[in-house]
Design a protein around this ligand. Structure first.
Ligand code: ADP
Ligand code: MG
Length: 731
């Protein structure tokens, strides 16, 4: 992009919009609120900026000082000698808007606002944020933050960050890009990574994202040649459509995007219209969106950084099988257990590897994985580590080497040898990734130095490494999900003109049926005699269910009777049910009795859906009946989806094994996938009117129909409510 710096000086009110690229290569930086006092934000920012070798002009702004750190100071923004490309603002909240206006007046390109107390601090703060934004926008000035900690760019020797973690002589360079919604999390991730020798290309703390948002930075990192893996700490997505687009471009660029998102468990608190509703908080919708676009969700920053570092040499590499090289048989056994739990396969060594190791180990151990170097014939710290590591890294079946090191008389030497073996294999063209697990406490500190100096990846925690590997395995399987094409056999749109609010079982089932989802036959009776008449026209055995707008969970209040054999039984049951309901739910309006055919499945599933305000309708499928809440065996995807994607979802479930015939005949997984896909089209086609759908249970393996929905409820918004919602969001 052509930059408009000169014309900016000449007084052009609108500068070109600054990009992240521009912000990372400023010719000048103004620090508003600069100081030498390291207890102040402005003090720490100035110190880091100077210390890490920024080559451009620095304009510290401080009314009371002539100079700071030997750099000439300016008494006001208006006094700076040239328009600053970038300014960092760390002044009290009530001074921010004037500061922004003053910076805009001197044609500053972009401002990093460290100050908090904006949309992070209630409605008054949110108003202040809009005013600040307006002041910046009139001048075309961009804003990072507010409520952020700035940025760290080892690749560009530019540190505009208030974290004391950066007061180090040198910042490690690396191929990891980091974008964090929390400044403290960014600085901590950076510091912890630095402690194990892992470096970054660029790190951004994005705060409230008043102007520049997550995807501005991720798009930059996707295009940035120095970044190979993108890591993110996220609390919420501001622009879901853009998020999906950016995620797809990261995938297509072959740059893994790893996200740790907070708020995983808050979803459980959602007020539940139906059982499935509480399972599908926004976290699930976000997870579905990520999976669809090939983004990997992880649950903690340490494992994220370990995985990112392991991937950084070859980001498209799949994990494959693992070889374990250890100083202790016990530690090897523990490691193998954990790998097995995580479903990560172990390597069976090739003959060449076994031959290479034969003379080093007792005959009964030669060729065994894990390789217990503690049992080597010549003993530890003798060079056996070098030969072992070299041989195992050359093994064509080894996807990764995991090396748990325990306390031993000479850990430092052991690690030196290990690194020498890795270097030897790498030099010969076998650059298999490896992670050392440093299990000793302080006894391992010198060995850690060795690993850091050699830029060997290590972790102090087996658990962290296993989580990273399990995530790597998930990453290896991620693909962009294809867009679902609507099957021609489905109706153009569901007939819901006459429906509103909570839709009862009978009407919901009619809708399901119109989309080709099998339901059991039945009809709603007015009273007991009518129930008998209806049963006479159906095939028994029968089920009777209460129909009442006040009753959502029918069986909880005696509103479901199963296994009725004759039409007379149905009539008697209806009479009994009236009394039961009057007693258990006084005042409930009984609008009818649903008489239906009973079915007998081998497995109960549920198919649910709800509308996520950001990512649209999402589909949930899992173990049905009471298992919904008990084991939360649920898979989620955005609607609509085709049957191939539905199969992927089903295969994620623990009960997938039952579908595929665990101790019994296989069930009709194809019919289940078909029902899931059709349900997804139904909710998709309901558009803005859709709120929630709960089909629970779907019986699988009935002798009459391989899949049948025997209960359903649906909630729609009123016609027109969707329009006002759309209008409001476009304002
Ligand atoms: P609710 O979920 O409102 O309590 P359901 O209609 O799901 O009521 O019925 C409760 C349970 O009864 C179901 O989970 C299922 O196990 C069983 N059930 C309901 N209808 C049928 C049916 N037609 N055939 C077989 N079992 C049924
Ligand atoms: Mg039910």
């Amino acid at each position: 992009m052509e930059r408009d710096r000169e014309t900016g000086t000449a007084g052009s009110p609108i500068r070109d919009r600054y990009t992240v690229d521009d912000i990372l290569s400023p010719r000048s930086v103004a620090v508003v609120g600069a100081s030498e006092d390291l207890t102040k934000f402005g003090g720490r920012i100035l110190k880091s900026l100077v210390q890490h070798g920024f080559g451009g002009a620095i304009f510290p702004i401080n009314r009371a000082r002539q100079s700071l750190l030997g750099i000439q100071c300016y008494s006001s923004i208006a006094a700076v000698p040239a328009p600053p490309d970038v300014a960092v603002v760390a002044v009290p909240p009530d001074a921010v808007i004037d500061t922004i206006a003053a910076l805009a007046a001197v044609h500053t390109g972009a401002v990093i606002v460290i100050t908090a107390g904006f949309s992070d601090a209630g409605p008054a703060g949110a108003r202040r944020e809009s005013q600040m934004l307006a002041a910046a926008r009139t001048a075309g000035m961009r804003i990072i933050g507010p409520n952020c900690l700035g940025l760290i760019s080892p690749a560009n020797n530019l540190v505009l960050c208030a974290s004391p973690a950066l007061f180090v002589p040198q910042l490690p360079q690396g191929a990891l890009g980091l974008v964090s919604q929390s400044g403290a999390v960014m600085a901590t991730i950076f510091d912890r990574a630095m402690a194990r020798g892992v470096g970054f290309s660029h790190c951004f703390s994005i705060g409230n994202q008043a102007d520049m948002e997550l995807c501005d930075f991720v798009d930059f990192l996707i295009a940035d040649p120095r970044t190979r893996v993108i890591c993110t700490y996220l609390e919420g997505v501001k622009h879901p459509d853009r998020f999906l687009q950016t995620a797809q471009s990261a995938y297509r660029a072959g740059k893994p995007w790893l996200i740790v998102k907070a708020g995983r468990t808050a979803s459980g608190a959602a007020a539940a219209f139906s059982h499935t509703a509480s399972l599908a908080g926004s976290y699930e919708a976000f997870a579905a969106a990520c999976r669809e676009c090939g983004v990997l969700i992880m649950d903690d920053p340490d494992a994220m950084i370990l995985l990112a570092a392991a991937l950084s040499h070859d980001p498209r590499r799949s994990l494959g099988a693992v070889s374990v090289v250890t100083t202790s048989g016990g530690s090897g056994a523990l490691t193998v257990d954990r790998l097995s739990d995580a479903g990560v396969p172990l390597v069976e060594f090739t003959d060449a590897t076994t031959d290479a190791l034969r003379d080093l180990y007792p005959p009964n151990l030669a060729g065994a994985n894990p390789v217990d170097m503690g049992a080597a014939l010549g003993g530890l710290a003798t060079g056996v580590e070098t030969q072992t590591m070299d041989a195992v890294m050359r093994d064509g079946r080894t996807g990764l080497v995991l090396a748990p090191i325990t306390t031993a008389p000479d850990i430092t030497k052991i690690c030196e040898n290990l690194v020498a073996g890795a270097q030897r294999a790498t030099a010969a063209g076998y650059s298999t990734p490896y992670i050392v697990i440093m299990q000793p406490g302080r006894a391992g500190d010198q060995a850690r130095e060795v690993l850091r100096a050699a830029r060997s990846l290590y972790s102090d925690s087996l658990d962290e490494a296993i989580r990273a590997l399990a995530a790597w395995q998930r990453l290896s399987r991620l693909r962009l999900l294809p867009e679902a094409l609507k099957p021609a056999v489905l109706p153009a749109r569901p007939a819901v003109e006459a429906l509103d609010g909570a839709v009862d079982e009978a009407a919901a089932k009619r809708l399901l049926s119109s989309y080709g989802i099998p339901v059991n036959p039945g009809e709603v009776a007015r009273d007991a005699d009518d129930a008998e008449r209806i049963a006479a026209g159906l095939r028994g055995p029968f089920v009777l269910k209460i129909v009442s707008p006040e009753i959502v969970h029918k069986s909880d209040v005696g509103g479901v009777v199963l296994g009725l054999q004759t039409a007379e039984d149905v009539r008697d049951a209806a009479a009994d049910m009236t009394r039961t309901i009057e007693r258990r739910v006084p005042g409930a309006t009984i609008t009818g009795y649903f008489v239906q055919e009973m079915r007998a499945g081998k497995l109960e599933l549920f198919i649910g859906a709800r509308r996520d305000p950001q990512f649209g309708a999402i589909i949930l499928v899992g173990a049905g009946g009471i298992l919904v809440e008990l084991i939360r065996d649920v898979a989620v995807a955005r609607a609509p989806l085709d049957t191939a994607t539905a199969h992927l979802l089903l295969d994620e479930l623990a009960i997938a094994r039952l579908l595929h015939g665990y101790r019994g005949a296989a069930l009709d997984a194809g019919a289940v996938a078909d029902a899931v896909s059709r349900t997804s089209w139904l909710v998709h086609d309901l558009g803005d009117r859709f709120e929630e759908l709960d089909i629970n249970p779907v019986l699988v393996g009935d002798p009459h129909e391989s899949v049948v929905a025997v209960d359903a409820r649906l909630r729609l918004s009123s016609p027109g409510a969707g329009e006002t919602r759309t209008m409001r969001s476009s304002l």
